[in-house]
Design a binder for this molecule. Sequence first.
Ligand SMILES: CC(=O)SCCNC(=O)CCNC(=O)[C@H](O)C(C)(C)COP(=O)(O)OP(=O)(O)OC[C@H]1O[C@@H](n2cnc3c(N)ncnc32)[C@H](O)[C@@H]1OP(=O)(O)O
Length: 417
Amino acid sequence: MTTEPQVLQASEWDAWYDILVSAFGSEESSEERELFRSLTETERSLGVWDEGRPVGTAGAFSFRMAVPGGAVVPTAGVTMVSVAPTHRRRGVLRSLMRRQLDDLHAAGEEPLAVLTASEPAIYGRFGYGLAARALEATIDSSRVSLQLPPGLEAEAAGLRLRQSNDPSSLQSECEAVYARCVAARPGMLERRPGWERQPLLDPESGREGASPLRCVVALRGEEPVGYARYAVKPRWSDYDAADGDVLLRELNAVDPAAHAALWRFLFGIDLTTSIEAGGRPLDDPWLHWVSDPRRCAPRWTDTLYLRPVEVGAALAARAYAHPVDVVLEVEDTFCPWNTGRWRLSGDEKGAVCAPTRDAADLALSVRELGAAYLGGTSLAALARSGLVTEARPDSGALREAARAFFGETAPWLPHGF
Ligand SMILES: CC(=O)SCCNC(=O)CCNC(=O)[C@H](O)C(C)(C)COP(=O)(O)OP(=O)(O)OC[C@H]1O[C@@H](n2cnc3c(N)ncnc32)[C@H](O)[C@@H]1OP(=O)(O)O
């Protein structure tokens, strides 16, 4: 057997995708299969074959991702990675990652690669760092109240809500809101054609007793300014008291009043006593409105892993919260074209970054650079963990770079891929 990856042919897709489905060991709906068949970019998909059968898979989506400062940058969304159980721990994944990053480097069009990991331990060795986390919460809405500032309460009450048990009927309103939200939050992915179908995937097999997906849109006049997609899972206590859950699947809104109107709606759904909110930004506005955050059981989870494919182009593609002029000594064992010293000069308007022979101010690996890139992980915190080192302690370079990289908005991945 050779572990040399081959580019996928369209006729091979079913056999290739079956490896992925069985590697995850999960039930798969026909709706999901058809969606991912249509979304697969065959020419960017790789397979490893043994005796004419696929044993390894990896793909990439051509995304454009928001970065600090509001630019939207071409980004490879690494996806559909699997190796058949019979062929694991022989280097098939490594050869797929090698080929994929070499192809990205050769094409030179995407300075960033991102992924969500089935297991966080896998991708650090390939230079991916944890760049965005998500907030999960189980809100006891029978005990926790929303306490909005009076002006906001009035503004939220002035919005109209339109609800439907057929979310596709409100799809264009939701997409209009989504499009307006992208640039404002690093990590958000611009919608590519076809991806608007993904949030509507709602196979019965995945509902586990919950209702089909529902949707509510907030309107200011006729303009959609926010939406939530959710399901309701009815439950009754031993003594027949209503005890249902609201399962929040997605919420985007363009301003505080729209957020407030939607959260008021979710808190007010009859016959429910909890809201399960998964995959929210770490700085979601509702956190500041709840009367009792402890009874919301907030916790975080890792979501987006990011790898600078081209360090210079990646660092020049974002803006910086404060002026910065530093030399970074980057170590990249998997993509050695990035290894070396890079001078980064930038501010709120933009940046330039190029190789330099000047002495380094800070040393770090490409994985730490990936973790800090979207502004959600502090270079200072990484330094306190021994993962970033300052060449001349107390030179001020660490402080300057940490302030410049860190963002005022928590990075967030709006959906899996
Ligand atoms: C972006 C996404 O799609 S995430 C989805 C990833 N897919 C899955 O989790 C599906 C189930 N698992 C699998 O298909 C496989 O076990 C894979 C893809 C995770 C690994 O494939 P393999 O071909 O066995 O990996 P390979 O032999 O190339 O190992 C490369 C390195 O990763 C390490 N590694 C492999 N799997 C894991 C794991 N699950 N946890 C931690 N390390 C791992 C290996 O030990 C090896 O380490 P080294 O660099 O120190 O030598």
